[in-house]
Design a protein around this ligand. Structure first.
Ligand code: ADP
Ligand code: MG
Length: 361
């Protein structure tokens, strides 16, 4: 188990970074709590692998320090950090058997033979690799190789943390689901600190207690799946999490309301004032789940035209237009959707204002 701290860490792959655009990872202060399961979520190229490699020691950050259990490990090699890492592209010794591949991290650490045998069998059982143990790795399919790679990350009992870099990319959906559940069980059983990198929000939200959202080399928000859903602190988190994502509408402030396409929308206590003070580019955000679609006009509601209603089983997604904007509304499956015109209600507690991308609080 381990507490991992990144203190003012930043990384540039170029030798003499000029502006912020030269940094693959922008200045980051972050604590990964002992025994927690994290998902690191963001689009391709946002800096996830760079962050993991800084923690494991494969990359020495251009700035800042890495602490594991309060010890400065910034200058230590990966093998001296007691951190296991599962790579995005499986690293397998083709000439070895599956057994020997799994045993490798243990033999490296001079673990006793009987202990090796029992650990390898335990991990093989968990990953449904028992039947393949005696086979050479060279002839195996990509998904079996990925399971071996995962097994090598799980085989050591003494690791402080396990880092997974998109470990299930080429595994079929059913097995993916199974393995994710297994990882969760392992986490509950051993309380190892886990950091799981993915670009798939479903994977992140089902796996982790805490989800860390990254974009363009920056950590934008860390929170429980619920916090990220209910209170996105950056517009990127709003549209990246959720399906469909948050509705985002350019707006201006007038009195206590936000004006969107000429329509006034009431805001929560003090938001208009703070939005005005924040300045910059103002955007109103509300999730499709929180908008209310009404058949007739009521005080404060905004008229919209209905473009499309899609029945998706338990719910419907209704597409409406407000001026030149297109919005999505999620309604219960049994709610009648008006054919042409409808009225939107914006509950103020779920109606957020963002100034230059950041939540006005
Ligand atoms: P992710 O894992 O989220 O896809 P990475 O951490 O791999 O993102 O990459 C972050 C940024 O750093 C990208 O712009 C990528 O092109 C760049 N990058 C990654 N590795 C290297 C490298 N070895 N040399 C130069 N640039 C790199
Ligand atoms: Mg990556």
């Amino acid at each position: 188990m381990a507490l991992i701290e990144l203190k003012e860490v930043a990384h540039a792959y170029v030798a003499r970074p000029g502006g912020p655009e030269d940094y693959a990872l922008k200045r980051l202060d972050m604590v990964w709590q002992d025994g927690a399961a994290y998902a690191l979520l963001g689009p391709s190229g946002c800096g996830k692998t760079t962050t993991l490699n800084i923690i494991s020691g494969l990359i020495r950050p251009s700035e800042g320090r890495v602490l594991i259990d309060h010890r400065d490990v910034t200058a230590l090699a990966p093998r001296d950090r007691n951190v296991a890492q599962v790579f995005q592209f499986p690293v397998i010794y083709d000439t070895m058997t599956v057994f020997d591949n799994l045993a490798f991290p243990l033999r490296n650490r001079k673990v006793d033979r009987n202990e090796i045998r029992s650990r390898v069998h335990e991990v093989a059982e968990m990953l449904e690799l028992t039947a393949d143990l005696k086979r050479r790795a060279s002839g195996l399919t990509a998904d079996v190789k990925q399971k071996i790679s995962l097994g090598r990350g799980l085989v050591r009992k003494d690791v402080a943390a396990i880092l997974f870099d998109e470990p299930l990319t080429v595994i079929d959906p059913h097995l993916k689901w199974l393995l994710r559940r297994k990882l969760k069980q392992i986490h509950q059983q051993f309380s190892t600190t886990l950091i799981y990198v993915t670009h798939d929000q479903n994977e992140a939200l089902t796996f982790a207690d805490q989800v860390v959202i990254m974009d363009e080399g920056e950590v934008l928000q860390t929170g429980s799946p619920r916090e990220l859903f209910e209170n996105p602190r950056h517009i990127f988190v709003g549209y990246f999490i959720g399906s469909p994502g948050m509705n985002l509408m350019p707006c201006r402030i007038d009195g206590n309301a936000a004006i969107v396409e000429g329509a006034p929308i009431a805001l929560g206590e003090g938001i208009a004032e703070r939005g005005r003070a924040a300045g910059g580019e103002l955007v109103l955000g509300i999730r499709p789940e929180f908008l209310r679609l009404k058949p007739s006009a009521e005080q404060g509601n905004v008229p919209v035209s209905v473009l499309l209603a899609e029945n998706l089983g338990d719910f419907k997604i209704v597409t409406v237009s407000l001026g030149k904007l297109t919005l999505k509304v999620k309604v219960p499956e049994d709610q009648e959707v008006p054919g042409e015109w409808a009225y939107l209600n914006f509950p103020p507690e779920w109606t957020k204002v963002y100034a230059d991308g950041r939540l006005v609080e």
